[in-house]
Design a protein. Structure first.
Ligand SMILES: Cc1cc2nc3c(=O)[nH]c(=O)nc-3n(C[C@H](O)[C@H](O)[C@H](O)COP(=O)(O)O)c2cc1C
Length: 180
């Protein structure tokens, strides 16, 4: 089974998770924009990762453009963002708005805590965030939007690593049984 990790983020949180996964699972890691359809066809399973900006997954367009090809493969998706586990409805909304229905398999979608460092943001992103903070009524959420966060930790990858390993060892067993 050949796998690849494809990522699209902005400030490095998604890339960091992709690189940790690549090292742990011994898989190649590539930015989504550098990958051709011809190359993608060579893989049996694909782990895609992307961050969220104003409700939009950066990899949304890429998922749509490649949905037919991806539909024929095993797909894992990790979403890096600020929406925590304690807000399942918001997480579901991100999935609904960004992942083509044909690729929906919630068991293979993983939310990972992101990173936000105000000083590193472009002026446009900093402004969007400040405007979001101003309109937010909930004081806790307001404070969270206006301060730095760093939830990027290698331990967050344990569930996705377990799922990928379960899939690869399951298919390996299946092919050796078929060979008998
Ligand atoms: C301008 C801006 C908008 C964001 N919008 C959202 C959002 O709508 N939902 C969310 O959960 N996180 C949001 N985030 C948090 C990012 O998804 C998070 O910082 C992520 O780790 C960025 O990863 P990256 O560095 O790989 O792009 C936003 C961050 C910024 C700077």
């Amino acid at each position: 089974m050949k796998g690849i990790i494809v990522h699209k983020g902005k400030y490095g949180a998604t890339r960091q998770y992709a690189e940790w996964l690549g090292a742990e699972l011994k898989l190649p890691v590539q930015p989504a924009d550098d990958l051709t359809k011809e190359k993608l066809l060579l893989f049996d399973y694909i782990i895609t990762g992307s961050s969220v900006y104003v409700g939009k997954l950066l990899i949304k367009k890429w998922l749509k453009q490649n949905s037919v090809l991806l539909g024929g493969k095993k797909l894992f998706l990790f979403i890096v963002c600020g929406t925590p586990e304690s807000e399942p409805a918001k997480q579901q909304d991100i999935i609904k708005r960004n992942v083509p229905a044909s690729l929906l398999d919630s068991q293979n979608i993983f939310f990972l805590p992101g990173r936000l460092v105000k000083q590193k943001l472009s002026w446009k992103d900093a402004l969007i965030l400040r405007l979001g903070g101003w309109v937010e009524k909930d004081p806790v959420k307001k404070k969270a939007m206006l301060s730095d966060i760093d939830g990027v930790k290698i331990e967050n990858l344990s569930n996705i690593i377990e799922s990928v390993r379960k899939f690869t060892s399951g298919t390996a067993k299946l092919s050796s049984a078929e060979a008998l």
